[in-house]
Design a protein around this ligand. Structure first.
Ligand SMILES: C[S@@+](CC[C@H](N)C(=O)[O-])C[C@H]1O[C@@H](n2cnc3c(N)ncnc32)[C@H](O)[C@@H]1O
Length: 205
């Protein structure tokens, strides 16, 4: 019988191949999307949740207090190396988004890129995100979601269990609805590639 790993274990296992697996979409699209998202970020105290291998570090605004968390030690290790290489000062913490170890209403901005597709309980994680945001703070995200077109939606539903089993990523979540259900108001929902890849900006209701 196949080994049943948790999402955290899958990321720890896949971390050393992660950047290679993402090389093609990253250089073709994601890099550009990250640059655009970070150009919109405001605030002095920023947290990135699910920092992964640190692909957003080149876009961190200079002179800000930045904390970055992830629950995969192996992904975080690579993010630390990336920050050292780029001489960017980041406070890294091994932490679960679903139970953030911070006081409420701490941060001006929460950033999450391609994260809530894999958080095991996304609504719980999003509620935590909302809790640590200042009332005037904003949540900035890039996400891939279940497409609305019937055939594509059906196709995503069919392959989702296979992708999740290998990577921990659920490709058929309705993350925009999850963000609303966690108590956010959507300020921007921009389709980047069809209605699958999106840029989302939201603020606490
Ligand atoms: C698809 S990767 C994206 C990494 C990075 N944000 C990027 O844009 O390349 C998702 C990341 O979210 C992390 N993650 C998923 N669920 C998490 C949780 N509950 N708490 C902390 N990190 C989590 C994974 O370990 C992984 O590093």
């Amino acid at each position: 019988m196949a080994e049943k790993l948790t999402t955290q274990e899958k990321y720890n296992r896949n971390a050393r191949h992660y950047d290679l697996m993402e090389l093609f979409p990253e250089s073709l699209f994601f890099n550009r999307f990250r640059r655009e998202l970070f150009s919109k970020v405001k605030g002095n105290k920023i947290i990135e949740v699910g920092v992964g291998t640190g692909k957003n570090i080149p876009f961190y605004p200079p002179g800000k207090k930045i904390i970055a968390i992830d629950f995969s030690e192996e992904m975080l290790k690579r993010a630390r190396t990336q920050a050292e290489k780029l001489h960017v000062n980041v406070d890294f913490r091994l932490m679960d988004i679903e139970s953030l170890q911070f006081e409420s209403q701490q941060f001006d901005a929460v950033l999450a890129t391609f994260v809530f597709c894999s958080v095991p309980d996304p609504i719980k994680g999003l509620k935590e995100t909302r809790r640590v945001l200042k009332p005037e703070g904003k949540f900035y995200a890039l996400e891939h979601v279940r497409p609305k077109k019937p055939f594509l939606g059906w196709f995503f539903d069919r392959i989702a269990p296979l992708v999740a089993a290998q990577t921990g990523v659920c490709i058929n979540r309705n993350t925009v609805a999850n963000i609303r259900n966690a108590g956010f108001h959507i300020e921007l929902e921009k389709d980047l590639i069809l209605d699958i890849f999106k840029m989302i900006i939201a603020f606490p209701d």
